[in-house]
Design a protein around this ligand. Structure first.
Ligand code: PLP
Length: 409
């Protein structure tokens, strides 16, 4: 199987293996559907991400893992051990990050709908609160400043800039333009900075952007960084950090493999943008630290969804392979028309064209249309690849199904 990034899946003597272990053996005492995760692939990917940032001369990088990609406790614990912080979008995620031992001073809180209770919890999580509230509206800043006053604290604030760019990705995961609910326009940020009453118990420590997910090319990212740098240059006081968000994609498809920027290329592009539009224009002592919010790139490749064939079915010229995993276990195909590679346990050269479908009573419950697979039978193992990010974290119990268990190898 072709892939740009490290993957735990391989065929060995035509049998599928995961991190070098025969899949059938791994699955002996496990139920399907289930998620299998590779610790090795995940920690190696994190290390690659961090070391490429250093190699690209990114100053003092802080990698805040976007918890929503995979909030599994062991995932968070392993990333914490490797030095990661967290990007959270709810108090539930904040609690999960704290439970894994992640220092509140390495946690940024994003999202347009932070509630009163969530803000109070974040303020109380550390004498100085969390590293940053990434604020998405003036109304939110007003509330944070108010609550911070009541808690007798000074909240650390970063404005999430809406840089008005069109990221090239699926329309449901693009977030950087005016019509999206995310971030603040530059003019609104400038107005807020002039309003002293918003800043009695909060202080501006950073700026952030996040323009979308599963980005393969970097033009929009570079443009967004430029917009953020221009705004930073115009501020009266130097800030502590610039947060370049997440969004770097993984290769799900052949097309992705042609377009996808590597971690190295991504880091170089980020550095060059920052350097050109900010670093070279300011006193070296005033260069801010750089925060990243990667989700998918850190965990997407390390996980697969393992399923079993329930039965097959033929309707005239339409062939269906019905498996025991459904769209409730992995929503991406139904939600974003996402493509996931599907592999049978035993490789064969005799292939048929078949639709791989789940048991859910929805026509969108389909993992792949007209895929070339061997003719499978009941209880054969089948694997849906690249399911470590936005897989189990989006799972739900539709049709009263149980949530799939997660196992580490
Ligand atoms: C979802 C999200 C991320 C992570 O996006 P990926 O595409 O998984 O890297 C980062 N920052 C914010 C604010 C997000 O909402």
């Amino acid at each position: 199987m072709k892939t740009l990034l490290p993957t735990p899946l391989k065929y060995q003597k035509n049998k599928l293996s995961f991190e070098g272990h025969d899949l059938q053996k791994i699955m002996k005492n496990k139920k399907t559907p289930c998620y299998l995760y590779s610790k090795k692939t995940m920690t190696e990917t994190y290390k690659a991400f961090y070391s490429e940032a250093l190699k690209a001369k990114i100053p003092n990088p802080l990698v805040c893992f976007a918890v929503k990609a995979n909030p599994n406790h062991e995932v968070l614990t392993l990333l914490k051990k490797s030095g990661a912080g967290a990007d959270v979008v709810s108090v539930g995620e904040l609690k999960a990050a704290l439970k894994a031992g992640i220092n509140p001073q390495k946690i940024v809180f994003s999202g347009v709908g932070k509630t009163r209770d969530e803000i109070i919890f974040a303020l109380r999580s550390h004498p100085y609160g969390i590293y940053s509230f990434n604020v998405e509206s003036i109304e939110e800043l007003e509330m944070i400043n108010d609550l911070s006053k009541k808690e007798n604290k000074v909240a650390r604030i970063a404005f999430r800039l809406n840089p008005r760019v069109n990221a090239k990705t699926h329309k449901h995961i693009s977030t950087g333009n005016k019509t999206h609910k995310f971030g603040l326009l530059r003019s609104d940020i400038e107005e807020a900075l002039l309003n002293d009453s918003l800043w009695t118990h909060s202080t501006l420590v950073g700026l952030s952007i996040h323009i979308g997910s599963q980005l393969t090319e970097l033009k929009a990212t570079e443009k967004a960084i430029k917009e953020m740098c221009d705004l930073a240059m115009s501020l009266k006081y130097p800030i502590e950090f610039l947060d370049v968000g997440g969004g770097l994609g993984i290769d799900y498809t052949e097309e992705d493999r042609k377009e996808l920027a590597s971690i190295k290329t991504y880091m170089k592009a980020v550095y060059q943008s920052l350097h050109r539009h900010y670093f070279k224009k300011v006193d070296p002592l005033l260069i801010p630290r750089i925060v990243f919010e990667p989700g998918r790139i850190l965990v997407g490749k390390m996980g697969v969804l393992v399923s079993k064939v329930v039965r097959t079915k033929q309707s005239e010229d339409c062939h269906f392979t019905i498996i025991d995993a459904g769209m409730n276990d992995l929503m991406r195909p139904a939600l974003y028309e996402a493509y996931h590679e599907v592999y049978p346990y035993e490789k064969s050269t005799k292939l048929i064209s078949t639709d791989i479908v789940g048991p859910i009573c929805e026509s969108t419950d389909i993992f792949g249309a007209q895929r070339k697979l061997p003719r499978l039978k009941s209880d054969d193992l089948i694997v849906i690849d690249n399911a470590g990010a936005y897989g189990r974290s989006m799972a739900n119990r539709y049709n009263e199904r149980e949530l799939a268990p997660e196992y580490f190898i």
